[in-house]
Ligand binder design. Sequence first.
Ligand code: NAD
Length: 414
Amino acid sequence: MLDQALTRLEEAARHLQLDGDVLEKLKYPRETTKTRLMIRMDDGSRKSFMAWRCRYDDTRGPTKGGIRFHPEATMDEVETLAFWMTFKCAVMNLPYGGGKGAVQVDPHTLSKAELERLSRAYMQAFSHIIGPDRDIPAPDVYTNSMIMGWMADEYASIVGRVSPAVITGKPIALGGSLGRDDATARGGFYLLRHLETELGLSRGATVAIQGFGNAGTHMARLLAGAGYRIVAVSDSRGGIHAPSGLDVERLIAAKRNGSLKTLAGAGIRTIEGEAITAVECDVLVPAALENLIHEGNAAAVRARVIVELANGPITPEADTILERKGVAVLPDILANAGGVTVSYFEWVQNRQGLYWTAEEIHSRLRAVMENEGRSVWDLARQRRIGVRTAAYVHALSRLAEAIEAHGTQQFFTS
Ligand code: NAD
């Protein structure tokens, strides 16, 4: 995966006059730590889980990135996600580098007490790397504010002081930010709304969403509220398709009660696997895992616009096919950057001890998404390049400037 991701960097580098040092610095993760976490299960037995934390690059500030709990997590995936975080923070001009972490576990098989022990064990294992000025985790797939709360609490007992800025996406009661829960979707939503005219979208445009967790659910709500029609939704257990439209609150209730597919019936048919990528719609929103759209299914995509709320849902080969078909892709490092942007707001609020209203968070998020989104869009048009390449060029020029500003004799290692 990392090799694939690096092709984006190489492509962007072709559009800039770069010093060779810049690519050398960005081609490899700075450090990846791996360990086995051993926890006590409720039945008294012990079980171990592979875990990683990668600090990919800290040129522009402390590394920032989520922690994923997933049975198929790998070190390669963690490093790739950390690489994307490096570019995402640079696209948004946040004072952060990129990091990421994961535990190879299916959290659905653990009791709440086991999940808490695992989360605390993660912080114990990596607390020497993590810190408010060094590496700041957040939620990702199958982790949430409750887990961030446990981790923040564990960190406080390790260092002997309350330190809320060590982790973002915390519960509000522990210094979390208003507006963090729907920030990823809201950022993508603001971006899409801002570019509606350029993308040729109008009220009533149809939407298919793959993944119905944090990002997917909030996106469905926001788009439906703005007059878009949600025609298909899927999660890990399959999905449903209704050309006349689906009611978002009923979808949320069905998911809570076990499966989206319980809504199937008159006018609503079930769909399996990747079939959602071929559904007739104006906007396709991948909001689950990587590599959803690949060489084998890209030609069948019928959407005109893709908003990547997931990280890395389109492979480079599929990108080429989609570009030839004229599909506009709002890329992950821009479209899903609302999450890390509000995480940054949370970190700033924790450090200043002064908290903002939801309205302030939303208007600041909207301003950043629109400004950076406009810069990337205009760059793509001026240089006649894809929006993804433009986002990488935009980020890479900021990273290159920072690498240069550090000087050539840099020995400092944080
Ligand atoms: P989540 O755990 O809340 O939800 C993940 C969803 O994906 C679940 O509904 C799950 O059922 C579904 N899913 C898993 N495998 C699937 C499959 N094979 N087919 C269809 N659906 C499947 O996670 P999330 O926080 O919503 O993250 C989703 C994506 O957004 C990830 O790529 C993540 O890296 C990215 N992202 C999340 C944030 C954030 O703040 N949460 C920020 C930036 C990017």
